[in-house]
Write a protein that binds this ligand. Structure first.
Ligand SMILES: [Zn+2]
Length: 366
């Protein structure tokens, strides 16, 4: 598992890997040159938003999302299911989930449906390195019977997705150039359902499985039991993807269970809100993930930093930490300039790329 690479059209990416969210084909507040400077090997783009807002004609003209963005890293896409179901469940957009797919009404007289087939077809036009099947999100508050229904629907959609995927691969004669196909495990907190869903997905056959649903239990703690159920029942050659995971310590915990792909909005969203991740060490070489509280948060706008000439962190080699002082960043946030968000995003992404580099060596040693 540890020696495995994620194969991308632009080269092999070492595992584990973290993909920040470039939901609408941009990592908010930075461009692809900035992104490449942070040693981030790839991004996750969102099917629901790009399907709604960009459309397929532009993608066909450019030959894929990577060319459209002029980006030279790995790109994966999600199924769009999480977004469409969140907007339906939050009642921002009218809609419902049926066996056919997710039905929604973007405006009064307009009906749209995201089916498993449409999701795969759109992702194949994005030309990402990994496509994810549409799944039926198990609500964390579900009863056992409701969770079972979401698992059965997830399995039926997974079968339909695989048929569509193979059809498109054949039509386009993709052969070994086909993207990876990822199935998603649902079942909420019910471990027998998680196990059942995992085994059934393996019998359909995928390149990897994702930890679907909401990974936080009712007590607000990360649900490692479900992560373990999935990992224990998945063949070792499969990728294991913690969808939307997560905080640095959660990524470390899941990586120890065998998970090797992660994505999350946290580092970039926190950066824009003035929440920076800092290793509690003096240099990059000293970073040790086996020490509890190996990182903390830095709030740039505290008054004590207004005249501070030192860098934000000496255990970081990003543009912000190499070139600017705490005082300058405090000023940029105080005046609300976009540059503050850009520099903080660059820093947090470098924190995450360092995290993956350190996890590789930490797990190798244990
Ligand atoms: Zn930095």
């Amino acid at each position: 598992m540890l020696n495995k690479f994620f194969k991308s059209k632009v080269g092999n990416v070492p595992l584990p890997v973290f993909f920040p969210d470039a939901t609408r084909a941009v990592v908010k507040s930075i461009d692809t040159s900035d992104l490449e400077e942070t040693n981030t090997p790839g991004i996750l783009v969102n099917t629901f938003h790009l399907w709604q807002e960009l459309g397929v004609d532009v993608l066909k003209k450019f030959g894929g999302i990577r060319e459209f963005m002029n980006y030279h890293g790995a790109v994966i896409s999600d199924s769009g299911g999480f977004q469409v179901m969140s907007v339906i469940k939050s009642k921002n957009i009218k809609g419902k989930i049926t066996d056919e797919g997710a039905v929604f009404y973007p405006s009064k007289n307009k009906k749209k449906i995201l089916t498993p087939e449409k999701s795969i077809e759109f992702q194949m036009n994005l030309k990402t390195d990994m496509v994810v099947v549409l799944d039926d999100f198990t609500d964390p508050a579900s009863t056992y019977d409701d969770a079972k229904i979401s698992v059965e629907r997830t399995l039926s959609w997974a079968k339909r997705s695989k048929v569509e995927f193979e059809k498109i691969c054949k039509e386009k004669k993709l052969g070994d150039d086909r993207p990876y196909l990822l199935g998603v495990v649902q079942g909420g907190k019910y471990q027998d359902l998680r196990e059942y869903c995992t085994k059934e997905l393996v019998s359909i056959g995928f390149d990897g499985l994702g930890y679907g649903g909401w990974p936080i239990d009712e007590g607000g703690n990360f649900d490692y039991d479900s992560a373990k159920s999935i990992a224990d029942n998945t063949p070792s050659e499969y990728f294991l993807y913690g969808l939307g995971v997560g905080k640095p310590d959660e990524i470390l915990g899941c990586a120890k269970l065998g998970f090797n792909i992660f994505d999350c909005v946290l580092p970039t969203r926190d950066a824009r809100h003035g929440r920076l991740y800092i290793y509690n060490f003096d240099s990059i070489d000293e970073i040790n993930l086996n020490i509890p509280n190996f990182y903390s948060f830095y709030t740039p706008t505290r008054e004590k930093y207004y005249k501070d000439e030192t860098p934000i962190s000496t255990a970081c080699d990003c543009l912000l930490c190499k070139k600017y002082s705490k005082a300058y960043l405090a000023h940029l946030f105080r005046i609300g300039d976009f540059t503050a968000g850009r520099l903080a995003t660059i820093h947090n992404l470098r924190f995450y790329s360092l995290l993956m580099e350190k996890i590789r060596t930490t797990i190798d040693k244990t």
